[in-house]
Design a protein around this ligand. Structure first.
Ligand code: C2E
Ligand code: MG
Ligand code: MG
Length: 691
């Protein structure tokens, strides 16, 4: 606190009195302001706002009584202590002094030490009053803010009295109940008995009580919190009542938000797990519980390609679909990303095949085109399940088993699902190791390309090569792509690597070209790569950087990739064609595409899958298919390459069936670039010799 001196306004017409007082009080640390009569005193009060006033009674112009009245009239809630100095110690003048608003009187002639003491008392009282007023104000504000009203129940008369603004506080239109019985009547019927018994109890025991009841309002129910306690001294039951409607609503909302996914409105992981725990606790020997997870593959990529809003919309539609076709007694939640969890309660005797059928039937509804920003795409889902009590009775274990099973699924169709089995855990360990090795591999660029020659059957010359990716594992082993490409895709690492593959293959082609070897370069594109929105511009940039002749680059896409989203594929392929690149459809024949669609794709080459070549010497139907394909392609000007030709007999058949080119171990397995030219020379030379 600051040490500003207490300021006293002294209003007295006697100069001598003023001088004496000033001398005495001034020497005791007070600051004295003087006025010579009432009117001047009032003006001075207004201007200086002293801490205390000493007011003489009889003065010219305006006497002390009038001056006090004027001061009090203009004063706000804070009242400054005023001591009246009365010469006539009569009761009447003392009464009058109090009537006009003086706090105290003091007789003249003045006894200075006594006056000093009175002044100190008056100042202390004024401070107390100010403090009290401040606290009361604060309490009042808090009470209004909290929506609190007070009540008193007179236990003798059974009458209730309410604090002043109670009615306004609760927006009550009718009169407030004046007895306990009447109060009970205005609350919700279902809460009345509870209130009566709790109040009876409290009355009998003298304990505090607290209860929440509903009060039916015109528009909505109010939630009222009532507290009460016996005031033994006053023989009263006193308490407060508070409107907690909005508080409770907010709490409910917060609870809801904490337990539900904000995008789909489905229960979130926390609620799902909680529900699963409850379900497991209540599981009887007559039931079993199937716990599962389903994931939309490449959801991260969908988000990157189409943007977060469209990805969110997709989640909402997926959630709706999952819910509307869900089997009886099921519960669904969203975990994160494109991952949902579910559980179904079934009879304990339900065989596993039937569980698979049931779940398959449910998810078959997801097997349909999904419209994403004007594009229709098919989504791929993998599902893992575990069963309680068969596999475990712990929710954590069941979820983890379902998760592990789901992660191990290699998508072979739009929806691939499996139930947990004990022996899969070793596989998972290997898989996790592979994942971490792959991350390092990408970082340390442990990849390289090998090239496999393609021979034109009519000229019997090597006319092209296919670039194939290899991973040189730190153990020295060269890992084949089928073991790691799908994982790179899932980990979202394929795009970076894909860019490198394309650029490296183009660079290699140009290098060979400069050495006098014109070889068409086939490069495989992965599904994830194909979905990148900037793929076309990336390829364009690579063509430019490497200066490859664009018609010597052949981009290979698999049949299943092409059919995943045919309309979008056609659009992208046209843009490649426009740049002059060639396009091959890879592994053709195993995806059962419609030929009609095939003809709509801007293709140059069709690569007949090895599956047809393998048994070509034995299988009539394979021969018939290859025959049909080659003549169709021939008719529309497509080159056909038979993949996986391993024997001379296979080659002879393929040749007879009209394929344009072959690729396979018969010519050569894929080789490192240093060996390739030698290989081409040897091959071409040997055929020259044969001629
Ligand atoms: P693909 O594009 O159909 O490649 C042909 C695969 O058949 C290659 O397997 C090749 O080594 C193998 N092959 C060739 N001739 C014969 C033969 O006579 N007999 C047998 N049994 N196999 C033969 P690879 O290199 O293991 O590649 C497998 C698949 O991995 C490729 O199939 C392709 O889909 C993918 N792949 C390979 N490299 C890349 C790449 O750089 N990028 C992408 N996205 N995918 C790649
Ligand atoms: Mg290929
Ligand atoms: Mg192939």
């Amino acid at each position: 606190m600051t040490n500003t001196p207490v300021r006293i306004l002294m209003v007295d017409d006697s100069r001598i009195e003023r001088m004496k007082l000033k001398g005495y009080l001034g020497s005791r640390g007070f600051e004295i302001i003087e006025a010579t009569q009432g009117e001047e005193g009032v003006a001075m009060f207004e201007k200086e706002r002293p801490d205390l006033v000493l007011m003489d009674v009889n003065m010219p112009v305006m006497n002390g009584y009038d001056a006090i009245q004027r001061i009090r009239k203009h004063e706000s809630s804070i009242s400054t202590p005023i001591l009246m100095l009365t010469a006539d110690n009569e009761l009447e003048s003392i009464e009058r002094a109090f009537d006009v608003g003086a706090n105290d009187f003091f007789p003249k002639p003045i006894n200075f030490p006594l006056l000093h003491q009175r002044i100190r008392y008056a100042l202390r009282d004024a401070k107390r009053e100010r403090d009290l007023r401040r606290v009361t104000n604060l309490q009042e504000t808090a009470r209004v803010l909290a929506g609190l009203a007070f009540w008193e129940l007179d236990t003798a008369t059974n009458e209730i009295r309410w604090s002043e603004d109670s009615k306004a506080l609760f927006h009550w239109v009718e009169a407030l109940p004046s007895s306990f019985e009447a109060a009970v009547q205005i609350i919700h019927e279902a809460d009345r008995q509870r209130l009566v018994s709790i109040v009876d109890n409290a009355l009998a025991s003298g304990d505090k009580f607290e209860i929440e009841v509903r009060s039916p309002g015109t528009k909505q129910e109010y939630l009222l919190k009532i507290v009460g306690q016996m005031d033994r001294q006053q023989k009263m039951f006193v308490g407060a009542v508070q409107d907690v409607t909005s508080q409770r609503r907010l709490e409910q909302q917060a609870n809801y938000l904490a337990l539900h996914d904000s995008i789909t409105g489905l229960p979130n992981r926390k609620l799902f797990n909680r529900d699963l725990d409850e379900c497991l606790e209540q599981l009887t020997e007559k039931d079993c519980l199937v716990v599962g997870v389903i994931e939309v593959l490449r959801f991260q990529q969908i988000t990157e390609t189409y943007g977060i809003d469209i990805a969110d919309q997709l989640l909402v539609r997926l959630a709706t679909h999952l819910k509307s076709h869900a089997p009886m007694n099921s519960f669904i939640g969203r975990l994160d990303g494109g991952m949902f969890a579910w559980r179904i309660e079934l009879d304990h005797q339900t065989p596993q095949q039937q569980i698979v059928l049931l779940v398959n039937e449910w998810f078959s509804h997801l097997n349909r085109p999904w419209l994403l920003a004007d594009r229709e795409i098919y989504l791929t889902f993998t599902v893992g399940m575990s069963i309680a009590p068969l596999h475990s009775l712990s929710s954590t274990e069941l979820m983890s088993m379902a998760n592990r099973t789901q992660r191990l699924q290699k998508p072979t169709a739009n929806i691939t699902l499996a139930i947990y089995s004990d022996d899969q855990d070793d596989t998972l360990q290997n898989r996790l190791k592979l994942e971490s090795d792959l991350r390092i591999a990408v970082e340390q660029k442990q990849f390289f390309l090998v090239y496999q020659p393609q021979v034109d059957l009519s000229s019997d010359r090597v006319v092209g090569v296919e670039a194939l990716l290899r991973w040189r594992h730190p153990t020295g082993e060269s890992v084949p792509p089928f073991r790691f490409i799908p994982i790179l895709e899932e980990l979202g690492l394929i795009n970076e690597l894909g860019d490198w593959i394309l650029e490296e293959a183009c660079r290699q082609q140009v290098e060979w070209q400069q050495q006098g070897y014109t070889l068409r370069m086939g490069v495989n594109l992965s599904p994830a790569q194909f979905e990148q929105s900037d793929l076309v511009s990336k390829v364009q940039a690579i063509l430019k950087r490497t200066a490859i002749q664009s018609d010597l680059l052949e981009l290979e896409i698999t049949e299943s990739l092409a059919m995943h989203n045919p309309e979008a594929t056609i659009e992208v392929l046209h843009r490649f064609r426009h740049m002059g690149c060639k396009i091959a459809i890879d592994d053709f024949g195993i995806g059962f595409s419609s030929l009609e669609y095939l003809l709509r794709f801007p293709l140059n080459t069709l690569k007949i899958d090895r599956a047809f070549v393998k048994d070509i010497t034995r299988g009539r139907s394979d021969r018939a298919i290859v025959r049909a394909l080659t003549s169709l392609c021939h008719g529309i000007g497509l080159t056909t390459i038979a993949e996986g030709v391993e024997t001379q007999r296979q080659r002879d058949y393929i040749d007879a069936l009209g394929a344009s080119e072959i690729q396979g171990y018969l010519i050569s397995p894929p080789v490192e670039p240093e060996q390739l030219l030698q290989l081409v020379d040897n091959y071409n030379c040997s055929t020259d010799n044969r001629l």
